[in-house]
Design a protein around this ligand. Structure first.
Ligand code: 1HN
Length: 348
């Protein structure tokens, strides 16, 4: 254990330059930056994006850029600590706000990054994933897993906005991100079929027991069902314990996507929650109510549809700012990826 490792300046210049010329580097001058003691080095800034500030810019994008010129009309929430050009909310999580206007369609494609949509505003939007037409109501979570065809449309009036969450930074880091364009899909499954197959916890379609598992058996998680489940859970959860539900694959009981995790939290009126400190980075999004979030030494007053980036290992406290109304949050984190990599931890 040493904080006193040799530096580049300690080496003869001709030796160091020769190493570089042969595409090699000494490890020891960089070792402590790569492996700091006790806690990782973090550049991610706890950052709040207020929907009321972002919305006019998004609507203006609707006037400035026709959908044909955008393919997907999105403003990306970029963490200033990581550099805006990186398109990262946290080191692993991409977050965008996507606008689709009445009558518009966003073309069919598939890609290697995993994506989900979480609906923020408007009625009449839909996504077709793997031949299933999925209606989009406020708060619904819709999965577009890697390699599944997806296209969007809007049959209603007024703007539709949703939050996109992708593991794009990870897949880009692997130099493995690409997409394939396709002809429009034919709808082969009835409206919302996969959610109706797996509607109730504790019971599964019988045939599930006899066949090998589907990687992504359920593609839509309606907010109305999740909200009701949170209220049921609140009734059997002590105050101070989190009323927190994970979105899962109903066949495996595990996370519903390979790299990013999705969950919903309810804060009862007046409730203050000290979250366990976790190694995962996260993004919080207010669905309903007013929440004061404390992340490390920062404080953020959050309104509906506001979004907040939380670094790895952050100390996070959440307080419902109302003494009479519950508050609801949607959370994205990279815990599934960290579990697969074998180092996910929570403490405190
Ligand atoms: C994508 O496919 C969508 O399908 C949205 O709506 C945002 C950002 C990066 C890469 C792919 C979509 C995306 C994206």
């Amino acid at each position: 254990m040493s904080n006193d490792l040799g530096r580049v300046e300690d080496l003869p210049a001709d030796y160091y330059n020769g190493l570089r010329a042969r595409n090699t580097m000494p490890l020891w001058p960089s070792l402590r930056a790569a492996l700091p003691y006790g806690k990782p080095a973090r550049s991610t800034a706890p950052t709040l994006w207020r929907y009321q500030e972002l919305r006019p810019d998004l609507m203006r994008a609707g006037e400035l850029t026709p959908i044909e010129k955008a393919e997907r009309r999105v403003l990306v929430l970029c963490n200033p600590g990581l550099g805006l050009e990186q398109l990262k909310a946290t080191p692993s999580i991409y977050i965008g706000m996507q606008l689709i206007l009445p009558g518009e369609t966003a073309p069919n494609h598939l890609h290697t990054p995993s994506a989900v949509r979480f609906v923020v505003e408007g009625e009449g939007g839909y996504t077709i994933v793997r031949g299933e037409k999925l209606p989009m109501h406020r708060g619904d979570l819709i999965l577009t897993p890697p390699g599944l065809w997806h296209q969007h449309g809007h049959e209603g009036t007024g703007p539709v906005v949703w939050l996109d969450a992708l593991d794009l930074p990870v897949v880009l880091g692997l130099e493995a991100s690409y997409c394939t364009e396709g002809a429009p899909q034919t709808v082969a499954d009835s409206d919302n079929a996969s959610n109706r197959r797996f509607r109730r916890a504790g019971v599964l379609p019988y045939g599930t027991l006899d066949r090998s598992r589907d990687d992504y058996p359920m593609l839509r998680f309606p907010w109305a069902q999740v909200r009701e489940a949170l209220q049921d859970l609140a009734g059997v959860t002590g105050r101070g314990d989190p009323v927190h539900l994970a979105y899962i694959n109903p066949e495996t009981g595990r996370e519903c996507m390979p790299t990013l995790g999705f969950s919903a939290l309810m804060l009862r009126p007046g409730e203050e929650l000290r979250m366990r400190r976790r190694s995962a980075s996260a993004v919080l999004h207010v669905v309903e109510g007013a929440v004061t979030a404390f992340v490390d030494d920062t404080r953020h007053a959050m309104e509906p549809a506001d979004t907040l980036a939380c670094p790895t290992h952050a100390v996070t406290c959440l307080a419902n700012a109302s003494a009479t109304q519950p508050a609801f949050l949607f959370m994205v984190d990279d815990a599934p990826l960290q579990r697969k990599l074998g180092f996910y931890e929570q403490c405190g």
